[in-house]
Design a protein around this ligand. Structure first.
Ligand code: KIV
Ligand code: ZN
Length: 514
């Protein structure tokens, strides 16, 4: 199978990406992201871990029900209940895949699974066969493969292929591998396993040492033909290999890597923004491909060179990956049809008229304050839909007033609805944002601690909206809240309220790897 030079792009933003603390997504958000991934022509979308919670099941099911062009996958431990639940969530998929896994390193088998190697092999065979009874497309992963003994790796890979796995995934679960060694392991595996030609070899690299993309590409050089990755490199701990970096390296250095993907790269930046908006994980400005500075030339020498001949300093174009030069897309006079059409381009459709009308009303309010509305503004606006404005939200901000003067302590007065009852509070703080959060807490009394507060300008110019991320923690649970407004104090209040509502609504769910 590896003789083909096409690399399958398997996106796990909705599963491994969602395992980042605070990055959980609603069913609706997952579907919005999945639609953009489908537009981008991602080959496989891992939509979640169906057994984890009713919400996860519904998320996988809704992606499976709506996505037609990409294969939709659910993760499942090598357990009956997991596999059956994955099969059930995927039953309407045009093309579905069950991805089952078990840990194979000595340390995981001994301490986590408390199983003997022979038992692990048996369980893997059993799981693959059970999944194959439900569907043809089955992937098997050896969790912690990069710390697995090579002979045992070969034994279990051969057994899983015999049992019917079509894809064998070799994860660097803890981000321990280095490129030469990881690539060589894939090369040795390809030579050592007699039935390897009956399966696609995949890799799934974590970024603990910042080597996830390098390790994945080294594996591709040695015969891997599926790469598991995420938008913005989101994922457990330091994240996974970033989809945009893998895809653009393969495209830009086709001469060195000799492989291709099927990805339509112009959807990369809009998808990156949507994922960042939905999860509340901002993209660092110097992030390759999707960071705000990725195509900005600050130094005079570089600018001069690029103006004379673009390729002096640019190896790919901003347009190739979907940067749109901050073009004004809408304004105060734009109507409902244009608003809906532009959002559909950006991957957002509305569940019902109430959600659409709410977003359109807030668009008009924004257009009154801000002359030019960019794609980034629209994305921030829809990321807010269903947050603090949602009908069933427990907390709603109804009024906010802050005074802040040189030499005086800032004071905030807030009014909010808590369980449909309006309450007012007043607080001082070390700054206006601190005062607002303290006033909100007087009413909410949430018992949370603030883990992160960050503000980003969505576009350039002093009339830009500020996008605020607030991360709250309570009893080990971490949630993110997002808020956007041309007034960053209001954006901060919205983000805080959003985080409180998320905390209030979230059901607990199981983690696949513990
Ligand atoms: O990192 C990992 O090993 C995983 C597997 C479940 C594929 O996410
Ligand atoms: Zn992982």
């Amino acid at each position: 199978m590896s003789s083909s030079n096409r690399v399958i792009i398997f996106d796990t933003t909705l599963r491994d990406g969602e395992q980042s603390p605070g990055a959980s997504m609603t069913q609706d958000e997952k579907l919005r992201i999945a639609k953009l991934l489908e537009k981008m022509r991602v080959d496989v979308i891992e939509a979640g871990f169906a057994i984890a919670s009713p919400g996860d099941f519904a998320g996988v099911k809704s992606v499976a029900d709506h996505i037609k062009d990409s294969t939709v996958c659910s993760l499942a431990r090598a357990l009956d209940g997991d596999i059956d639940r994955a099969g059930e969530a995927l039953k309407n998929a045009n093309s579905g895949r069950i991805h089952t896994f078990i840990a194979t390193s000595p340390i995981h088998m001994k301490y986590k699974l408390q199983m003997q190697p022979d038992q692990v092999v048996e369980r893997a065979i059993y799981a693959v066969k059970r999944a194959r009874n439900l569907m043809d497309d089955v992937e098997f992963s050896l969790e912690d493969a990069s710390r697995t003994e090579f002979d045992f790796m070969c034994r279990i890979v051969e057994a899983a292929i015999d049992a019917g796995a079509r894809t064998i995934n070799i994860p660097d679960t803890v981000g321990y591998a280095v490129p030469e060694e990881f690539g060589a392991t894939i090369g040795r595996l390809m030579n050592a396993v007699p039935n390897i030609d009956k399966a696609m070899i995949s890799v799934h690299c974590h970024n603990d040492l910042g080597l996830a993309v390098a390790n994945s590409l080294s594996a591709v050089n040695h015969g891997a033909r599926q790469v598991e990755c995420t938008i913005n490199g989101l994922g457990e701990r330091a994240g996974n290999a970033s989809l945009e970096e893998i895809v653009m390296a393969i495209r830009t250095r086709a001469d060195a890597l000799n492989v291709t993907t099927n990805i339509d790269t112009k959807h990369i930046v809009p998808t990156s923004r949507l994922v960042s908006g939905v999860t509340g994980f901002p993209v660092q400005p110097n992030k390759a491909i999707v960071g705000a500075n990725a195509f900005a030339h600050e130094s005079g020498i570089h600018q001069d060179g690029v103006l004379k001949h673009r390729e002096t300093y640019e190896i790919m174009t901003a347009q190739d990956v979907g940067w749109n030069d901050n073009k004004m897309v809408m304004g105060k006079h734009s109507g409902r049809a244009a608003f809906r059409a532009r959002l559909e381009e950006l991957g957002t459709s509305f569940a019902n008229d109430v959600a659409f009308n709410d977003a359109f009303r807030r668009f008009k309010e924004l257009a009154d304050k801000k002359h030019e509305i960019f794609d980034e503004d629209l994305q921030a606006l829809v990321s807010e839909t269903g947050m603090e404005t949602a009908e069933n939200a427990r907390f709603k901000l109804t009024s906010l007033q802050v005074t802040s003067q040189i030499g005086e302590t800032p004071v905030a007065h807030v009014k909010l609805m808590k369980d449909d009852v309006e309450a007012a509070a007043e607080s001082v703080g070390s700054g206006p944002v601190d005062a607002v959060f303290k006033a909100i807490e007087q009413v909410a009394d949430s018992g949370t601690s603030l883990e992160l507060y960050s503000v980003n300008a969505i576009t350039s110019g002093t009339d830009s909206q500020g996008e605020v991320t607030v991360r709250l923690e309570k009893a080990g649970r971490i949630v993110n809240g997002l808020g956007a407004d041309t007034d960053i104090i209001i954006a901060s209040a919205k983000a805080y309220i959003h985080a409180l509502n998320t905390l209030d609504s979230g059901a607990e769910k199981a983690h696949p790897q513990v």
